[in-house]
Ligand binder design. Structure first.
Ligand SMILES: *Cc1c(COP(=O)(O)O)cnc(C)c1O
Length: 309
């Protein structure tokens, strides 16, 4: 899939920075900014530079993401969620990176890189089962532990396994940020950093009054328009906004898509695919998917441009 040259993806770095600042203020604890997956599609290099002063630490999936983005230049510690099996402690230390680990053998092997134990509270992936927590903490000389959780009950479970031992502890991603009980020593959001920071828009190529079933699927509408992005660009059917009206992407083709129009819409009018009115939450409902997927996918539909510093 490739970005459509006819779709603009506008990324507001001031907004990302303001989000980071307010998350940190409201949480009242350290902020570990999750910038994995190219900062959820917004671009890890500009995003990391924009928020470096507001965050205490960065978090990526693999070390190569940090190396490619020269994240070490931001002078913040880096947490690596999934260190490749062939990485050594010195590879990590050279990047100021600390690895997540979930078994005693790996914790011991990466001990010099001050590993962080990922405790399983239900995710059942990249995480240490309850009965191996003590051995893994000891093997790695761990001073820190976290869990990846979506529900408050998992916080209790986590605390009963690793609480009251003087470890630095964190749980809350975006979905638990509003829960004071989930804040512990740090919060670890991704999605919430990027809230309201991306606007994706294109323009109508043509508008027609329909004369019977339209397109491949033969959908019905009184007026329809065509936009210059399709599934080659990662687009899917769902809501959109045309001239301050909520409309729909009805059928997606290879490099174009049909949208529902009205009699007053014209070729050249703007179609907003993600913005203040067409939110990630609404699109996620239509796609039966997560807001995270909506963000990474729509950021890749067009050409990224940055506003703010
Ligand atoms: C991706 C991820 C996060 C951030 O999740 P959001 O829901 O986007 O805030 C936090 N912790 C871990 C372990 C993750 O993999």
């Amino acid at each position: 899939m490739r970005p459509s040259p006819h779709v603009s993806v506008r990324i507001d770095l001031d907004r990302v920075r303001a989000n980071a600042k307010s998350i940190r203020q409201r949480a009242g604890v350290e902020l570990i900014a999750v910038v994995k997956a190219d900062a959820y599609g917004l671009g890890i290099v500009p995003v990391a530079r924009a928020i470096a002063a507001q965050v205490d630490e960065f978090c990526v999936f693999s070390l190569s993401e940090a190396v490619d983005a020269e994240l070490a230049k931001c002078n913040k510690p880096i947490m690596v969620l999934h260190p490749d099996a062939n990485l050594t402690a010195s590879d990590l230390v050279a990047q100021r990176a600390r690895p997540a680990v979930w078994d005693a053998a790996r914790a011991a092997a990466l001990r010099e890189a001050r590993p962080i134990l990922c405790v399983d509270t239900g995710m059942q992936r990249f995480a240490c089962p309850a009965d191996q927590v003590d051995a893994a903490l000891k093997a790695g000389g761990c001073e820190e532990a976290f869990t990846h959780a979506a529900r408050l009950g998992q916080v209790d479970q986590f605390l009963s396994l690793v609480g009251n031992r003087g470890l630095r502890l964190h749980v809350a991603g975006s979905s638990l940020l509003h829960e004071p009980l989930a804040r512990l020593d740090a919060v670890r959001p991704g999605l919430a950093l990027y809230r309201g920071a991306v606007r994706v828009a294109t323009r109508l190529l043509e508008v027609r009054q329909t004369t019977g079933p339209v397109g491949y699927s033969g959908f019905a509408a009184s007026w329809h328009g065509v936009i210059p992005a399709g599934y080659f660009n990662g687009l899917r059917p769902g809501p959109c906004q045309i001239n301050d009206r909520i409309s729909r992407i009805v059928e997606v083709g290879m490099q174009s898509a049909y949208v529902e129009c009205g009699a007053n819409d014209r070729a050249g009018d703007e179609v907003v695919l993600l913005g203040d009115v067409i939110t990630k939450a609404e699109i996620a409902l239509a796609w039966e998917s997560s807001q995270q997927e909506v963000l990474v996918r729509l950021c890749a539909v067009g050409k990224r441009e940055y506003v703010g510093e």
